[in-house]
Write a new protein. Structure first.
Length: 355
């Protein structure tokens, strides 16, 4: 039975975010920026030793142990840390909490596509300044009056990192607006905007366990800011859902934070493989912005991106492609293990040679 138009009139309609494919068979999976290495060994130990009787109880709504671990790791107060179910949950809560002006919020035209979804879902006006011809953010475009600003650094899907002076300039020009710097990929790039937290009361930095900490399946994200803004986030969270973090995620998250040596070694391996992969792509004729994330955003001047995407997929190699203006000839290639990347390049060498 079709729903009557009278009922549909007041139902919220939004175009949803489309995640990367999650194939259930064995493939070379380079399409969703996951970490190719397992989580810290302590995570496996915690899972094996977990007392399942705890599952009948609600988890700690304050996530105190995980919040404390993150606070110690970054040298901030516990009242400066907010955690959620992945950085998507954290950023969504930030949209709901801080972006309530009649003025449009600002984020780039080519960026993480969930921003537009949240803006439309919460009915927040927005404007998307265009990246320049090199896919870089034009900071002067963010000097205009606005209801808030968000951008990733490094940006997605371009992998371009802007230095701390660039970020600080945007903060200086927007002292009366909340500025959210989405640092999902910062561990592969450079200095974090967390260095500016105590200097700018309008800054919120968000990060995730999904990339450098190998825990995309556990869904842990966090924000760090000043105590006043974190208190506002918690007020909204407790008005929305007190128990966002489950027992397992909280326990495993603590272990992932504690093992700093394992974390740093994993990042080193990915960056090393990324730099090698950039050279291999150049040898094959690909062009791309300088990648500072755990992925490369590349195109080949003589090969159609969608055709290559489909050919890769037919050979069980998954990358990401968007049929969207300005980027429809680019593929986003996640950095896998050296072995996975070798398989990718074995295919590319043959494919391009035959073109």
């Amino acid at each position: 039975m079709a729903v009557r138009e009278e009922l549909l009139r007041n139902i919220r309609s939004v175009e949803p975010y489309v995640p990367g494919e999650q194939p259930q068979h064995k493939v070379v999976k380079l399409n969703t920026n996951e970490n190719p290495y397992p989580p810290a060994p302590g995570v496996e130990r915690v899972l094996k030793e977990m007392d399942t009787d705890r599952f009948r109880l609600y988890p700690d709504p304050t996530a105190d142990e995980l919040v404390g671990s993150l606070a110690d790791y970054y040298g901030v107060g516990k009242d400066q840390v907010f955690v959620g179910v992945g950085s998507d949950d954290v950023i969504s809560m930030c949209f709901l909490t801080f972006f309530n002006s009649d003025l449009p919020i600002l984020f780039p035209d080519i960026t993480y596509s969930f921003y537009k979804v949240w803006a439309e879902l919460y009915r927040i006006p927005y404007h998307c300044p265009k990246l320049d011809e090199n896919f870089k953010i034009v900071k002067e475009d963010y000097y205009a009056e606005n209801g808030g600003i968000i951008f990733p650094n490094p940006n997605a899907p371009t992998a371009i990192y802007e230095d701390l002076e660039f970020v600080e300039d945007i903060l200086k020009q927007n002292r009366n607006s909340i500025v959210i710097v989405d640092e999902a990929y910062i561990d592969f790039a450079g200095r974090s905007a967390m260095e500016l937290i105590d200097k700018y009361d309008n800054l919120i930095v968000t990060q995730t366990f999904s990339k450098a900490r190998s825990m995309a399946g556990m869904r842990i994200g966090y924000a760090i800011s000043n105590p006043d803004l974190i208190r506002c986030l918690n007020d909204v969270k407790y008005s929305f859902n007190s128990y966002t973090m489950n027992q397992t995620a909280l326990a495993c998250g603590v272990e992932a934070v504690e093992d700093k040596a394992y974390f740093e070694e994993g990042v080193r391996k990915i960056v090393e493989t990324r730099e090698w992969a950039k050279e291999e792509l150049r040898k094959l004729g690909f062009v791309f912005p300088d990648a500072k994330a755990n992925f490369i955003f590349a195109r080949h001047p003589e090969v159609d991106a969608n055709e290559l995407f489909q050919a890769l997929k037919e050979n069980n190699i998954f990358v990401r492609h968007w049929n969207a203006p300005r980027i429809d000839q680019y593929l986003r290639i996640t950095i896998g293990t050296r072995e996975e990347m070798e398989r990718l390049f074995d295919f590319l060498r043959t494919y391009i040679k035959e073109k």
